[in-house]
Design a protein around this ligand. Structure first.
Ligand code: MTE
Ligand code: MO
Length: 251
C-alpha cells in the first residue's frame, strides 16, 4: 500500500507527538519501573515506556560541522536496480516496511519528507578511529514504525541495504528501545543537501548512540522481526557476521 501524503501527515503527527514525550531518565533506573516495563503487555504501553529513560546523544552547533566527512565502507552501489533509481533521483523509489507489522508500507521519499522532520547535528564515530560532525534530517524511525503499527512479537528493526560488502548484503539491526529513541531518524538529507551516493542515498539510519557501522546506508527495506537468528550469519549485521563486531555498539 502506498500511503497518501494526507494520511501520512495525520498519522505521522500523532506518532511524532508521542515521541516527544520522552526524557524521564530517573524512571528507568528504578527496578520497579523496569519490572513494570517487562510485564507490560499492551504495545502502546510498551512503546511509550521504551521512549522514557533514553538519554540523548550530544548535539552540536552549526559551527561544529566538520568541513570534510569521510565516506566509508561502501561508497557506491553496483546493483543495477539501485543505479536506475539513482539516475532518476529516486523518483520511483519506495522504502518497504514489512515483517511483524500490522500494515506493510511502501513509502516514497515524498512520504518520508511529509512526516514531521527532525534535524540534529551529531558526531559520527567510526571504529577505525575517526569522527566527524554533520547535520542530519529526516523523520523519526518511531513515527514510521507507528504508521505501520508493530505486532506485539516485534523485537528488532532490520535494515536491508542495497550494497554488498565483501560479497554479502549489508544489513544492520537495532532493538525497539533504539528504534523509538527520539534521535533515531531515517536521514535523507546531510548538511542541508539530499544524501549523496557516498553517504547512503537515498536514505540512511542515524542511531546516534551507537558506532558508525550501525548507521546503515542505502536502506531499501525495514523488516520487523522477533529474532535475529536465521538472518544471514545470525549476528544482526554485516560487520557483526564477518568481523565479530559487537551487535550493541553503544558509545
Ligand atoms: N549500507 C552500508 N552502510 C554502512 C556501511 C556500508 O559499507 N554499507 N559502512 C558503515 C560504516 S563502518 C561507517 S563508519 C559509516 C560511514 O558513513 P559515511 O560513508 O557517511 O561516512 O557507514 C556505515 N554504514
Ligand atoms: Mo565505520
Amino acid at each position: 500500500m502506498i500511503l497518501s501524503r494526507r494520511k501520512l501527515i495525520g498519522i505521522g503527527a500523532a506518532g511524532a507527538g508521542g515521541l516527544l514525550l520522552s526524557g524521564c531518565d530517573r524512571l528507568n533506573d528504578s527496578e520497579t519501573f523496569r519490572g513494570a516495563l517487562n510485564g507490560a503487555t499492551g504495545l502502546n504501553q510498551r512503546t511509550q515506556r521504551l521512549l522514557m529513560g533514553n538519554a540523548l546523544a550530544k548535539e552540536f552547533s552549526e559551527a561544529d560541522i566538520s568541513p570534510a566527512f569521510k565516506p566509508n565502507g561502501s561508497t557506491s552501489v553496483a546493483d543495477p536496480a539501485y543505479r536506475a533509481q539513482l539516475a532518476r533521483d529516486f523518483a520511483d523509489w519506495a522504502l518497504r516496511v514489512d515483517g511483524l507489522v500490522k500494515q506493510p508500507l511502501m513509502l516514497p521519499l515524498s512520504a518520508l519528507k511529509a512526516l514531521p522532520q527532525r534535524v540534529q547535528i551529531t558526531r559520527h564515530d567510526c571504529v577505525e578511529g575517526w569522527s566527524a560532525i554533520a547535520r542530519w534530517q529526516g523523520p523519526q524511525l518511531g513515527a514510521v514504525l507507528a504508521t505501520a503499527g508493530l505486532l506485539p512479537t516485534a523485537k528488532y528493526a532490520v535494515f536491508h541495504c542495497a550494497d554488498l560488502l565483501g560479497g554479502a548484503p549489508y544489513y544492520e539491526s537495532i532493538d525497539l528501545t533504539d528504534a523509538f529513541h527520539p534521535q533515531t531518524i531515517l536521514a535523507w538529507a546531510m548538511n542541508g543537501q539530499p544524501l549523496g551516493e557516498p553517504h547512503g542515498a537515498p536514505l540512511r539510519l542515524r542511531v546516534e548512540r551507537q558506532l558508525g557501522y550501525k548507521q546503515a546506508k542505502y536502506i531499501m527495506r525495514i523488516e520487523l522481526r522477533d529474532t535475529l537468528a536465521g538472518l544471514y550469519g545470525g549476528n544482526g549485521g554485516r560487520w557483526e557476521d564477518s568481523r565479530g563486531y559487537q551487535w550493541y555498539a553503544g558509545i
